[in-house]
Write a protein that binds this ligand. Structure first.
Ligand SMILES: Cc1ncc(C[n+]2csc(CCOP(=O)(O)OP(=O)(O)O)c2C)c(N)n1
Length: 687
């Protein structure tokens, strides 16, 4: 058989599997897999280095399907290339517990689809994530390759459509990738002119090629998605380009081959229909009565692909064995980071902060702790969206340096004013084993929300440092004063939100951030540190509860003899007012308890017994204080409690005035607590 014929068979297998999968599920997106089948086939068959038997091979090339709706394309590719994804799974496309969910889903545990590199579906995320993978590859190659030992040299390919191109995040990420000269990143743009509402003429007439040239990308165009030789040349040229990322614009026809649905938006997201599928299969020389048909020649090829993959990895393993001999410590590091492990003693330099009434701003402590950790964990890499001087995230120890085109071993990444891409890039870096962090003002966490959500869905260990955490920013006014952000972050599953009250809680929060699975019963996921701009007193821990309580999410900081009559609970900068209120109440003969609650999520992971010991159910007089949205606090105050928080936006004024106006004062906390205690006493209940 000629290679041409085998190519055709593979391509049409991909197309027909996609048609059949979508038809059987009665939902999904057949058009793009049919159009892009030749493109992905040429890439995977001739250029991509992978081993289907080990989808986690460290130096594999990455393929990211940014157009996640075209998931049947990826599943078909994985199947015909010998991954552990049997046809039965493709037949269960979009069904409960199938390995072929509606959009590609990644988890670190390999539990869903072997070979899927990242979760995609929200358009633009995949391409932006690929830039993070590109940065990681450059960083790892720079740090770990040594003369005569090239251990890391993989490439990252991402396939996107008009939708990804329209989303702003692709512009942010492409701009940074161009600036950094990421020659290891190749995006393939499926230029089929069709989106859901119809032709792109409706809303997308920009010149994409010119735009990417402006970003300093190497831009090529393939005028026909079915021209395998043109595709071959374009991939070869993109791979040969070392100093710039590459964009290959491929003109294609959605639902290629479907007699009445080709080039229509109907083919984007609906099954083609039985009759149309029969007619299309006939055109491809397929038996229209056969479903999920994989010709024998394509099956036979699977073995060849498996053998090729095994050989690639074996050769690499031999290289790695020689590397291990020459550089045992570096080899160990690489293995460790690949498994998300941390080196022994990684937290040894984290300081214990002595009591200090004047204290430190949360962001300052965080900067110190981050530096202490990053110095000992060489694969901690990150930065800020142009706010490092404010978020205090700069790594300042000797040799930390900037990550730039000519210094890809630098640990400080300048994301630029691009919060959204920052989040996706952090995800891509984490997917390649780096411990990435990113930072910005809490108010702009909204700009990272989609990426934070994906990190949570994928349980990626990324750390967000959000500073300027409340109306405490004062004069900047309501545009910069977060209100609903903390509550909305708390609403994201698998995201651990931490708002420390003092320097030692902050140090503990970083410990949690680096090893979150230890404190969440094995659950990984991102951590968002919510930090103050203003100084917070450092508590005398011989007098107050131990800061180790931070790891449990909430703990008793200050207490009274005997059962409390009222509980004062707060997070972050508000805890200090509760402590002052506690002292005042004591002087008036009222027994109160102060509960510091740096993390609701961690608290919810504790046993009922522990939670009841901190917040005894019998004590219903409870006051919660947080300079943010009231939303959610009733969970802990109950119907009888009081919430001192904001149900509206802030205002532009000096902080002192705002605190008074909005009731964030010790006097107000005392007054609310006394009112509750008075009610209980009047009713004759102890608490
Ligand atoms: C952020 C985001 N917005 C909207 C959607 C819904 N959506 C899915 S596919 C699509 C159109 C994409 O068009 P294109 O990228 O050209 O894909 P094609 O039609 O070629 O398959 C839209 C709007 C989404 N998945 N993500």
């Amino acid at each position: 058989m000629t290679t041409d014929r085998l190519d055709d068979l593979c391509i049409n297998t991909i197309r027909t599997l996609a048609m059949d999968g979508v038809q059987k599920a009665n939902s999904g997106h057949p058009g793009t897999p049919m159009a892009m089948a030749p493109v992905t086939h040429v890439l995977w068959d001739r250029f991509l280095h992978f081993n289907p038997a080990n989808p986690k091979w460290m130096n594999r090339d990455r393929f990211v399907l940014s157009a996640g709706h075209a998931s049947m394309l990826l599943y078909s590719m994985l199947h015909i290339n010998g991954f552990d994804l049997p046809l039965e799974e493709l037949m269960k496309f979009r069904q409960l517990d199938s390995k072929c969910p509606g959009h590609p889903e990644y988890t670190p545990h390999d539990s869903i689809t072997p070979g899927v590199e990242t979760t995609t579906g929200p358009l633009g995320q995949g391409v932006a994530t690929s830039v993070g993978m590109g940065i990681a590859e450059k960083f790892l190659a720079e740090r770990y390759n040594k003369p005569g030992h090239t251990i890391i040299d993989h490439k990252i390919f991402a396939l996107c459509g008009d939708g990804c191109m329209m989303e702003g995040i692709s512009s942010e990420a492409a701009s940074l990738a161009g600036h950094l000269g990421l020659g290891n990143v190749v995006w393939i743009y499926d230029n089929n002119n069709i989106t859901i509402e119809g032709n792109t003429a409706l809303a997308f007439t920009e010149d994409v090629a010119t735009r990417f040239m402006g970003y300093h990308w190497n831009v090529q165009r393939v005028g026909d998605a079915n021209d395998l030789e043109q595709l071959d040349r374009a991939f070869a040229a993109a791979i040969a380009e070392k100093g710039r990322p590459s964009l290959i614009i491929v003109d294609s026809h959605i639902a290629y081959g479907a007699p009445s649905k080709q080039d229509t938006s109907a083919a984007h997201g609906e099954p083609l229909g039985e009759e149309e599928i029969r007619a299309t299969k006939k055109r491809f020389g397929w038996d229209p009565d056969k479903h999920f048909h994989v010709p024998d020649e394509v099956k036979a090829r699977m073995k060849a692909v498996r053998d090729r993959g095994a050989k690639s990895e074996t050769e690499w393993k031999e290289k790695f064995a020689a590397y291990r001999k020459a550089h045992p410590d570096l080899a160990r590091e690489l293995e460790m980071l690949h498994d998300y492990q941390l080196p022994q003693g990684w937290d040894a330099d984290i300081a214990a902060y002595p009591a200090n009434e004047k204290g430190m701003a949360g962001r300052d402590t965080s900067g110190q702790v981050l530096n202490a950790v990053a110095k000992r964990v060489p694969w901690v890499v990150g930065g800020a969206a142009d706010l490092a001087p404010s978020t205090k995230t700069r790594l300042t120890f000797e040799g930390a340096g900037d990550f730039q085109r000519r210094s890809p071993g630098g640990r400080n990444l300048h994301f630029g004013v691009r919060e959204h891409a920052m989040g996706a890039i952090m995800n891509g870096m984490a997917l390649s084993g780096l411990r990435s962090f990113g930072s910005g003002f809490l108010i702009f966490s909204d700009y990272c929300r989609p990426t934070l959500r994906l990190a949570s869905l994928m349980e990626l260990p990324v750390v967000y440092v959000f500073t300027h955490d409340s109306i405490g920013v004062g004069e900047d006014g309501p545009t910069h004063q977060p209100i609903e952000q903390i509550a909305s972050l708390r609403a994201i599953p698998h995201l651990t939100v931490m708002r420390p009250a003092d320097a030692n809680e902050c140090a503990e929060s970083w410990r949690v951030a680096m090893e979150v699975e230890k404190y969440t019963r094995g659950e990984r996921g991102p951590v968002a540190l919510i930090l103050s701009r203003q100084a917070l007193p450092t508590y005398d821990r011989t007098k107050y509860g131990s800061a180790a309580g931070t790891r449990k999410g909430a703990y008793v900081l200050a207490d009274s003899d005997g059962a409390p009559e009222v509980i004062l609970m707060a997070t972050g900068s508000e805890v200090q007012w509760c402590v002052s209120a506690h002292d005042k109440l004591k002087a008036e003969g009222i027994k109160s308890r102060v509960v510091s609650m740096p993390s609701w999520e961690l608290f919810e992971h504790q046993s009922q017994e522990y939670r009841d010991s901190v917040l005894p159910p019998s004590c219903r007089a409870r006051v919660a204080v947080e300079m943010a949205s009231t939303f959610g606090w009733a969970r802990y105050t109950g119907l009888d409690g009081r919430i001192i928080a904001r149900a509206d936006f802030g205002a532009s004024a000096p902080l002192k005035e705002l605190l008074k106006k909005f009731g964030f004062t010790v006097e107000n906390i005392v007054a609310e607590a006394k009112a509750l205690v008075a009610q209980r006493r009047a009713k004759g209940t102890a608490s």
